[in-house]
Design a binder for this molecule. Structure first.
Ligand SMILES: N[C@@H](CCC(=O)N[C@@H](CS)C(=O)NCC(=O)O)C(=O)O
Length: 226
């Protein structure tokens, strides 16, 4: 019986990919042990549990490792199916949520790093692409989930809320370090949604502290551009 509840999360505090998993575990009320990884000196356990990508997050459930944050979130939802559901019951709704989660993960999140890491024309191009993709995302979710946006207070956080919230709720830190990349004028639906998500108790408990996150971004990214 004890064995069934053995859940260990290997993560790193500033990673949105890891925060997704932490948040999902909290929403589902699943007790877990957390192991903070130093990515400059990865532990033997991490290399053993994720030999393919050697990345966090990794969830180890009863000794069995699962890698890739989106795979982990779906595993958690299927395995603990008597707790609040992250994905909708209806197969078509599930498909639509998965579509937009993947779009956000592969397209939008992939543009965040170039905004931080590049300068000049290259950076302008990355910001333009990011804004265009965000607009497509905003129009898409607004059309596909007309009754759900902006996020309603009191609602349980779902798959899309978790993925978007853990990536964008730190937008003030992002703006402080690299400038404004999205705004209420350009992205009203997303801004209203993100602001509501930021105030959700489980989200507040999970997000990294603002000042610590700003310092980390400065140290990691701006350090290269004295
Ligand atoms: N697609 C992966 C991305 C995970 C990822 O990029 N993890 C980073 C931390 S944010 C990592 O472990 N990096 C270590 C490395 O690249 O060596 C997921 O969704 O889990």
């Amino acid at each position: 019986m004890e064995k069934q509840n053995e859940v260990v999360l290997f993560g790193t505090w500033a990673s949105a990919f890891c925060k997704r998993v932490e948040l999902a575990l909290k929403i589902k009320g699943i007790p877990y042990e957390y192991v903070e990884e130093d990515l400059t000196n990865k532990s033997e356990s991490l290399l053993h549990y994720n030999p393919v990508h050697k990345k966090v997050p990794v969830l180890v459930h009863n000794g069995k490792p699962i890698s890739e944050s989106l795979v982990i979130l779906e595993y958690i939802d299927e395995c603990w199916n008597n707790t609040p559901k992250l994905l909708p019951e209806d197969p078509y709704q599930r498909a639509k949520v998965r579509f937009w989660v993947n779009f956000f993960d592969h397209q939008i999140m992939a543009r965040l790093l170039p905004i931080i890491m590049t300068r000049g024309e290259e950076r302008e191009k990355a910001i333009k692409e990011f804004n265009e993709l965000l607009k497509v995302f905003e129009e898409g979710i607004n059309k596909d989930f007309p009754e759900e946006f902006p996020f309603l207070e009191g609602k349980t956080l779902g798959y899309l809320d978790i993925v978007v919230g853990t990536a964008l709720c730190n937008y003030e830190a992002f703006h402080e370090v690299v400038d404004v990349v999205f705004s209420p004028e350009k992205n009203p639906v997303i801004m209203a949604w993100v602001k509501a998500l930021k105030n959700h108790p489980s989200m507040k408990e999970t997000l990294p502290p603002h000042d610590k996150f700003v310092d980390k971004m400065r140290e990691k990214y701006l350090g290269q551009y004295p």
